[in-house]
Ligand binder design. Structure first.
Ligand code: TPP
Ligand code: MG
Length: 314
């Protein structure tokens, strides 16, 4: 890693949950459950797996400078927070763009973005979008329309392989994206072209925006299906860092690697279970519900009374 980081992966995972919790309480709602499911594997990716250089963008995110084009020299993508594009470095695509707050929190925990970055969240004219876009910290392409990230990343990976670049292409996906056909076309194409420099980590939290996957469009045997399309599959406990560590290095020649991280949508915030299956975006029906949730989750996360008072006045 180019940036020395004294925090353990466990500490980073905990820090992600805390930041997303504080932000969601302050803003009367947020993608809170996604921090529960994704904290461990995103902390592991950023802290141990990804080979990234130092950020090329300022710690305080810039305003939106327009979309990239030949006539717009000011345009930038948020990939700068993942370091420079260079042959030896990895690239990391975030496909489910609604996980943006979790990604921003991870970047802050890693020292790649300043914590003031979250003050720009969802502001008009800013780059720190609620649903991340190509200019948002940590994003390289726009993926709010889901299930497109894998196709873009695998095309880039194929080009990098042909150019002999040693850096890998990693993609973070959600399980909802496996309900869409484009995902399956991308896996088939990767197998056909022998694109084996792609690693995919999937948040299998068994839920999507309309509720439990099983009540919307069940994925069935996801591991078996992905393997039958010609990928290497590791289906593991998405909160167990040791098994995730092994799984993320299980590359086989000629095939992409898919790590299915089986997660809980209320890991570390058990109080959220009360809302199941309405977990996709947490908003509060009453001041009482908010207070209740705040107290219970704060207790589980080890947040002190003093910090909660600061939250009430901040
Ligand atoms: C192509 C496309 N279809 C539908 C949507 C609407 N949508 C937004 S979030 C979401 C759920 C996706 O599932 P997942 O990412 O697993 O949700 P989570 O686990 O975060 O609840 C959907 C269908 C979209 N953004 N893009
Ligand atoms: Mg999901």
């Amino acid at each position: 890693m180019a940036i020395p980081n004294r925090k353990s992966t466990e500490e980073i995972a905990h820090g992600i949950r805390r930041r997303v919790f504080f932000h969601s309480m302050r803003n009367n709602g947020g993608y809170l459950s996604q921090a529960c499911s994704a904290a461990e594997f995103l902390a592991l990716m950023y802290n141990e797996v990804l080979n990234l250089g130092a950020p090329t963008l300022p710690m305080t995110p810039k305003p939106f400078m327009g979309v990239p084009s030949a006539s717009n020299p000011d345009a930038f993508t948020g990939a700068g927070y993942h370091g420079p594009f260079a042959p030896e470095y990895d690239r990391f695509f975030v496909s489910p763009a609604h996980y943006a707050l979790v990604i921003y929190s991870a970047l802050i925990e890693m020292g790649r973005m300043g914590e003031e970055g979250l003050e720009h969240f969802n502001r008009d004219g800013g780059s720190v979008e609620m649903i991340g876009a190509e200019h948002s910290p940590g994003m390289e392409v726009t993926t709010g329309s889901l299930a497109q990230g894998l196709s873009m990343a695998s095309g880039l990976a194929w080009a990098r392989k042909r150019a002999g670049e040693p850096g890998k292409v990693w993609v973070f996906m959600s399980d909802g994206e496996f309900q869409e056909g484009q995902t399956w076309e991308a896996i088939a194409a990767m197998n056909y072209h022998g694109i084996d420099n792609v690693g995919v980590i999937v948040d299998v939290n068994s839920q999507q925006c309309d509720g439990a996957m099983s009540s919307v469009l069940d994925l069935g045997d996801l591991a078996g299906r992905v393997a039958s399309f010609g990928a290497t599959v590791q289906s593991v406990d998405g909160h167990d860092l040791d098994v995730l560590r092994k799984a993320t290095s299980a590359f086989e020649p000629g095939k992409p690697l898919f790590v299915l991280a089986n997660t809980s949508p209320f890991q570390g915030m058990s109080h959220l279970k009360k809302r199941f299956p309405r977990l996709h975006y947490v908003r509060f029906k009453s001041a009482e519900e908010k207070q209740d949730m705040q107290t219970e989750i704060a207790r589980e996360l080890g947040i002190s009374e003093t910090e909660l008072e600061a939250l009430a006045h901040g």
